[in-house]
Design a protein around this ligand. Structure first.
Ligand SMILES: Nc1ncnc2c1ncn2[C@@H]1O[C@H](COP(=O)(O)OP(=O)(O)O)[C@@H](O)[C@H]1O
Ligand SMILES: [Mg+2]
Length: 353
């Protein structure tokens, strides 16, 4: 039996869509290098191919690109692929690292023509840096302020034409002016089971892991539509296969291993289950506001909103309504409970925004 106490979350990272410490190396190994190696996301891939090819033909850096979607879906990988496809160098930073406009000015003035500047978590960029970015994106220029007080002067500085690639888990909290300066937004979607199956097989081949088709599909199916989770579950099942079996991953080995790691039939993790559990047990299925829900499971509202909810919504277990979060009949059933009678009368159109 697993223990649902909230203090457990920190140690339960197997199923988290967020990267873990010490995982960087293997993520680098498994990262697709070319657009053609990038599994899934057909819509974003096709749109991006056009943007890149057209820029190549015209001999100019492509428009700025915004990649948006939940963690672990391939935003960083895609940013690196964009640079690789353009034969360009990539400079990497993140919103939280750009606290002062000077930090950004330094990065921008070091760019060479055609470079890709990748800003991860761009929605967390500080205001002064963001304002500097407007001009840089639009006119390839920054105004550097020298001095303080009344004697301060602003010196315009030209920067090399570059392509900004921004990634965000929250495109909704980007300011309008920033969003408008991107020529293209790629909205990343959760992956289909068949696509994740390809991700798992590809990773198994790279890591030299023997896996049956049924085993790889089972891992794919329980990875919550997220390649990062699929790759991690593969490594955990490999551990089990090596220690408790002959190293070969079959369907039975996969099921037994995922049981040990407390991965449920749908791949929901403790936090997902705690959120659904709180909704159902403490709030009678909702509606309840996200902050109240977050307090009930001992998490930050942003974690519940950005990491946990997107998949629960897509799995049809949770609905975001104007009055708050609501557990759907499927959620009650997943928890082994009977949905309250009113669910029979509530049709989907009233549940979803
Ligand atoms: N489309 C994909 N095909 C194959 N592997 C992928 C794909 N997207 C992501 N991955 C794998 O998942 C891991 C996490 O992807 P990443 O690009 O870091 O996600 P994000 O930046 O959106 O959190 C990568 O190391 C890579 O191995
Ligand atoms: Mg990333």
């Amino acid at each position: 039996m697993h223990d649902d106490s909230v203090t457990e979350f920190d140690s339960d990272e197997t199923l988290s869509a967020l990267p873990q410490t010490g995982e960087r190396e293997v993520e680098t190994t498994l990262r697709p290098r070319k657009l053609s190696e990038f599994v899934g996301q057909p819509r974003v891939r096709e749109q991006l191919e056009l943007v890149l090819e057209s820029a190549r033909r015209r001999g100019v850096p492509p428009d700025h690109v915004l990649l948006s979607g939940p963690p672990g879906l391939g935003k960083t990988s895609l940013a690196m692929i964009i640079a690789a496809e353009l034969n360009a160098a990539i400079r990497i930073t993140s919103g939280p690292a750009l606290e002062r406009a000077g930090d950004l000015a330094a990065m921008l003035s070091n760019l060479a023509e055609g470079d890709v500047l990748f800003i991860d978590e761009i929605h967390r960029i500080a205001r002064p840096a963001e304002e500097m970015l407007y001009l840089a994106m639009e006119d390839f220029r920054v105004d550097v302020v020298v001095g303080k007080g009344p004697g301060a002067t602003s010196i315009p500085l030209e920067i090399a034409p570059f392509t900004l690639v921004g990634a965000t888990t929250r495109s909704g909290s980007l300011t309008g002016p920033l969003r408008d300066r991107f020529g293209f937004t790629g909205q990343m979607e959760f992956y289909a089971d068949e696509e994740l199956d390809q991700v798992v097989r590809r990773a198994a081949a790279i890591l030299g892991i023997e896996i049956d088709p049924a085993g790889s599909f089972e891992i794919a199916r329980r990875s919550r539509g997220t390649p990062r989770i699929a790759n991690r579950l593969l490594r955990r099942v490999r551990d089990y296969a090596e220690v408790r079996a002959d190293g070969h991953i079959t369907l039975d080995v996969t099921r037994a291993a995922l049981k040990v790691y407390d991965v449920d039939e749908l791949g929901l993790d403790r936090l997902d289950r705690a959120v659904l559990g709180a909704l159902v047990h403490s709030f009678a299925g909702g509606p309840v506001g996200v902050s109240t829900l977050a307090v009930a499971v001992g998490e930050e509202p942003t974690t519940v909103e950005e990491v946990c909810e997107p998949y629960l919504v897509r799995a049809g277990m949770l609905a975001r309504t104007p009055r708050g979060r609501v557990a759907t009949a499927a959620a009650w059933e997943h928890l082994g409970l009977r949905p309250p009678a009113e669910h029979g009368r509530t049709d989907q159109s009233t549940l979803f925004d």
